[in-house]
Design a protein around this ligand. Sequence first.
Ligand code: NAP
Ligand code: ZN
Length: 366
Amino acid sequence: MNAFNFFLPTQMVYGQGVVKKAGEALALGSKALIVTGKSSARLSGALDDVLAVLPGEYVIFDQVENNPSLETVEAGGKLAKDEGCDYVIAIGGGSPLDAAKVMAVLAVNDLPALDLYTAGWENRALPIAAIPTTAGTGSEVTQYAVLTLEQEETKKGLRGADLFPQVAYLDPNYTASLPLHVTVDTAVDALSHLVESYLSNRATRASDFVALQGIALWGTAIPALRQGRFDLDDRDALLLASSLGGIAIAQTGTALVHALGYSLTYYEGFPHGRANGICMAAYLEYTKQAAPERVETVLELLDLASVEAFGELMDELFADHAGKLDLAPETIAHYVNKALLTNNIKNSLGNPAAEDLTKILTNSIR
Ligand code: NAP
Ligand code: ZN
C-alpha cells in the first residue's frame, strides 16, 4: 500500500444557500474578478446570490468557452491586471473554474499562458473562491486546470498548489438548471475520477477512503440518471460525489480513460464526461487483469453484476445523444500515441502499452 501525504487546502462550505449565508466572507480581497461562462452563472442563480452579498468592487469576465483556450485565460488575466483585482470568484462548470485558476496566475505573473507549462510561475496565484454549477469535474477542490492547446492538438493540465481554490461553496441547487445531457456527461466525469483514482497505481488508503465513499454515493443516483429526472437528493448525491472525485484525483491523478478521452474531445468533439464514459467499460475489463478485486468492488458499489452491465449502463445513459463513434485504425493509432504522451497514462494499473490502449479504444467503439 502506498504511503501518503494527504493535502487538501480548500475550505469546503457545503449546503443549500451557502453563498448567501457566507455574506461578506465571500470577499477574499477588495476587488474581485468574477469568472464565468456565457450562461451558467446566471441560469444557476449563483451570480445573483454572489452579487446580493458581495461587498466591495468587482469586474465580470463571462466569456469562458467549453474546454477553455490560452487566449481566453490571457484575456481574463489581463482584465484582472488592468482592473487591479486582488482575488477571483469562479462560477460555473469545470471550464470557467479551470480558466479562472489560470487567470489568477496570469494576473500576477508576466508571461504567455503557454509558458506556464514549461517555465511554471514565480508569484503565487490570486486567492480563488470556486462555486461549481456542474457536478462533474471536482475542479473546486483540485490543484489542476485543463486547457486546450491548439499547438499540441490536445487538452493538457497545469498543476500547482496555488491552483487549489482557497474556498469552495457547494450548493446542489445550482446544478438544477443543467440540461439533461450536461447532467449525464458531467456525472459520468465524476464517476470516472472516482474509479480512475481507486484503480490508480498511486492510490493510497486515504484516496481509497474518499473514492469508495464517492462511488457508493454516485451509485445512489443511478435510478435518477436512468430516468433522466432528478430531485434535490439526487443533485446532492451527484455534487458531493463529484467533489469527492476531485479530492481523490487531487491525490492520485486520473489515468488512461482521461488520456484517451482528451483526443475524443479534441478531435471528435465529445464533451469531456462522455469522452471518458465511452472508454470506461473497456478500461474496467482491461484493469481486471491487474486488479480483479478492485474492479469487483467498483461494480458491487454500483450494484452492477458485471463489466457488461456497466457498459450497458453507459449505453443507456448516452442513448439519446447524437454522435456515433466510427474510427479508422490509423485514427485509433494516432489517439493511442497521443495518450501515451500524457502524464495520466502513467497512473494506470497494468502499465498499459500501445497494444492495450488500441484494444481498449477499439472495444470502446464497437
Ligand atoms: P463545462 O464545459 O464547464 O460546461 C458545459 C456546459 O454546461 C456549458 O455550456 C455551460 O454553460 C453549461 N452549464 C454549466 N453549469 C450550468 C448550469 N447550472 N445550468 C445550465 N447550464 C450550465 O463542463 P464541465 O464538464 O463542468 O467542465 C469540463 C472541463 O473541466 C473540461 O475542460 C475538463 O477537461 C475540465 N476538467 C477539469 C478537472 C480539474 O481537476 N480541474 C477535472 C476534470 C475535468 P456556460 O457556457 O455558461 O459555461
Ligand atoms: Zn475529468
